[in-house]
Design a protein around this ligand. Structure first.
Ligand SMILES: Nc1nc2c(ncn2[C@@H]2O[C@H](COP(=O)(O)OP(=O)(O)OP(=O)(O)O)[C@@H](O)[C@H]2O)c(=O)[nH]1
Ligand SMILES: [Mg+2]
Length: 419
């Protein structure tokens, strides 16, 4: 879980990404959420005073607000109020540059708006004469709004289809060239663009700003072996990514996750690095990436330059023991050579012969190995079961992604380089 402080920091980052001046930010504990205003009346009043004194005209509430709550807070504070989804949609609206990106954002916006047309409440209001404390448009107005939104959503979807078809043609042209695609994905601000620039010698925008990148970029690279590959940099993930956005960006994201190899770039200098990792895996699974596809995921544990020496050493050692991970600094280049080598090796097909040590109780992992490889030798000892096995590279990496945490594995280093 992200704690309140990291969430507040992230909300600050998102607000800065919108380019507005931040007057203040704080955590407001909510014991019992109020249906009308989320916050209690006392808190709403107290904030109202302060907002007036500071001349605040935009308030971000990092929590999903119902349309009613949003409207009531706007009234109480005489300021525009955005919740997390609204804020992220605004940022995306600012950033989108390609035609496809703009259509995707518009689509997400309209879907969001449509989901916020309230019927049941206003229905009551209207029957009571329409002057209840909620105010709001009448039933007929809402129906006509909904129809208009539906029409525009339909039109955008058709446009998007057209653009996607063109992109599909481009993609097929690329597929004919045999270069495999390597996609950089990860939490926003993890360092994807910085790494992309370093690996491909390019200059896409890399900035200490959330969602600096929105539109995908592709570049061809030559790997150490001489093999060519196409790298892609794209939009970052975030916890509680608005579903409207995921839906609108589905085509882009699916293209990314269908890459031959997925580099999950992580900021491991952050306190909530593990929570961010889980958020990213959640988005991947939302996009339909299943267990077998996890074999295509490699972790680039970035920003090791920010770690104090002992922690850095630990990170390096841990990554060393994991065939699916490399510890790097995209800023100073540490580990990037090793990452390229790992990518190179992973893109070459073939089998590996390794010895894996399992704990006695790891029956599942043992059965998996027997099912997915040729067991060459088995030694049952007091420290565990040593299995010498030959299996496809794909299965080897898959094994680590599935069982890496729960089994005690000892592999010869040569396994990492085995072709
Ligand atoms: N110290 C340090 N900073 C890094 C490293 N990699 C990236 N950064 C910084 O982290 C910030 C974000 O980097 P980006 O490359 O823009 O991150 P991103 O993942 O592309 O972010 P979005 O496009 O916003 O999702 C920038 O200020 C980078 O300079 C690293 O290895 N070490
Ligand atoms: Mg970026």
């Amino acid at each position: 879980m992200h704690d309140a402080d990291s969430r507040l920091e992230e909300a600050r980052g998102l607000t800065e990404a919108l380019g507005v001046e931040i007057v203040g930010a704080e955590v407001a504990p909510v014991a019992a959420p109020k249906a009308a205003t989320l916050l209690g009346a006392g808190k709403v009043d107290e904030l109202s005073e302060r907002f007036k004194a500071d001349g605040v005209d935009l308030v971000i509430v990092d929590w999903p607000l119902t349309p009613i709550q949003q409207r009531n807070l706007e009234k109480a504070w005489s300021a525009k109020v955005l919740d997390r989804t609204g804020l992220i949609l605004e940022i995306f609206g600012d950033r989108a540059q390609t035609r496809e990106g703009r259509i995707q954002v518009d689509l997400a916006h309209l879907t969001y708006q449509k989901s916020r047309l309230v019927r049941s409440w206003t229905h009551l209001e209207r029957q009571r004469g329409g002057t209840g404390f909620m105010g709001g448009p009448g039933e007929r107005q809402i129906e006509s709004d909904r129809r208009q939104l539906d029409e525009r959503i339909g039109a955008l979807k058709r446009q998007l289809d057209k653009v996607a078809k063109t992109r599909d043609l481009h993609r097929r042209a690329r597929k004919r060239a045999p270069a495999p695609v390597v996609a950089l994905i990860g939490y926003t601000n993890a360092g994807k663009s910085t790494l992309f620039n370093r690996l491909t010698d390019s200059e896409v925008l890399a900035k200490d700003m959330l969602f600096a990148t929105l539109d995908p970029t592709l570049r061809a690279v030559k790997l150490p072996s001489g093999r060519g590959a196409v790298f892609s940099d794209t939009v970052g993930f975030i916890s509680n990514l608005p579903t409207q956005l995921v839906a609108a960006f589905r085509a882009t994201l699916e293209e990314v996750v269908s890459a031959d190899l997925i580099i999950h770039v992580r900021d491991i200098a952050r306190e909530d690095s593990e929570a961010q990792r889980l958020d990213v895996l959640q988005v991947l699974s939302d996009l339909g990436l299943d267990e077998s596809a996890l074999a295509r995921v490699v972790e680039a544990r970035n920003k090791i330059d920010l770690l104090p020496p002992e922690e850095r050493l630990r990170a390096l050692n841990e990554a060393d023991r994991d065939p699916n991970a490399v510890a790097i600094s995209a800023v100073n280049g540490d580990g990037c050579e090793a990452l390229l080598k790992l990518i190179d090796g992973r893109l070459s097909a073939g089998a590996v012969e390794v010895t894996v040590r399992l704990r006695h109780e790891s029956g599942k992992a043992l059965a998996w190995l027997y099912a997915h490889g040729d067991v060459l030798d088995r030694r049952d000892g007091p420290a565990g079961i040593d299995i010498e096995i030959r299996m496809s590279k794909m299965n080897y990496f898959r094994f680590f992604n599935v069982f890496g945490d729960e089994v005690n594995v000892s592999v010869g280093r040569e396994a990492k380089a085995a072709e």
